[in-house]
Design a protein around this ligand. Structure first.
Ligand code: ZN
Ligand code: ZN
Length: 256
């Protein structure tokens, strides 16, 4: 019995070690990619920068924010009083329309893993999040929408995590990836309508039981790369609110 326990513990520490090595390797590889990835504009493909001045001028900004529940216009993206439930987030904010150069940059990073491509966009993004006024309390945490662990292992990175880390550094709020978990490996949302999307990701998220106490009464900034129907954010919010967090502010880099 004792032997079994020891062997079990060793196994889990070996697994942890391998997971860490994987993480370091991926981080080093991404850092290397950022150095060697050819600087070509995501819009017009000319050499020299990931986003040339001409294409920066073509970025489409979201002129009206919407309520995450009904997707209809709402002031500053606050959830309409008539759409609020005890599980819905308080607010949704997204600066860019998911089209043109913004879409190109997001897709290119997703497939190549070269985050440097996103850097010029993220600078504008941080500025606009700042202007949107990040009204969160002292007990605030930034949480990226997680990938399922099998998808994370396959891809080696989570784009939402990268964006969340950027917000974390700029606003000096801690970023946690050990609280919200994707417990169901859902199929892609591409091609599904609003109701199918909600059904597909319903109950897809859970809270790591070890860290349950950490989010009680906390304010959460929930971060994703692209928002479409709001289904993913709504499902994640449900898990977080059930666990007792106070206020949820959803931020997407771009809105589809
Ligand atoms: Zn260009
Ligand atoms: Zn609404």
């Amino acid at each position: 019995m004792v032997n079994y326990k020891i062997r079990n513990r060793n196994n889990s520490s070996t697994k942890r070690f391998i997971a860490n090595v994987n993480k370091w390797f991926t981080a080093m590889y991404n850092w290397f990619l950022d150095f060697v990835f050819p600087k070509k504009c995501v819009g017009c493909k000319t050499d020299g920068a990931f986003l040339c001045a001409n294409c920066e001028g073509k970025i489409e900004y979201l002129t009206t924010q919407v309520c995450i529940v009904c997707q209809k216009p709402s002031i500053k993206g606050f959830t309409h009083p008539s759409c609020v439930t005890i599980y819905t987030p308080e607010r949704l904010y997204s600066p860019f329309v998911y089209r043109g150069v913004v879409r190109n940059a997001i897709l290119e990073t997703k497939y190549s893993g070269a985050f440097a491509v996103l850097a010029p966009l993220l600078d504008i993004f941080i500025e606009s999040v700042n202007e949107s006024s990040l009204e969160i309390g002292n007990k605030a945490q930034i949480i990226p929408i997680p990938l399922h662990k099998s998808r994370y292992a396959k891809r080696g990175f989570n784009q939402a995590e990268y964006i969340a880390n950027k917000i974390s550094q700029e606003f000096k709020v801690s970023c946690r990836t050990d609280i919200l978990q994707r417990i169901v490996n859902t199929k892609s949302q591409v091609g599904l309508d609003k109701n199918q999307r909600r059904e597909n990701v319903a109950n897809a998220f859970g809270i790591n039981p070890k860290n349950l106490a950490m989010i009680k009464d906390c304010d959460i900034v929930l971060v994703d790369d692209v928002g479409t129907s709001g289904a993913t954010m709504l499902s994640a919010s449900r898990a977080l609110k059930k666990a007792g967090c106070r206020y949820i502010y959803c931020i997407c880099l771009a809105k589809d």
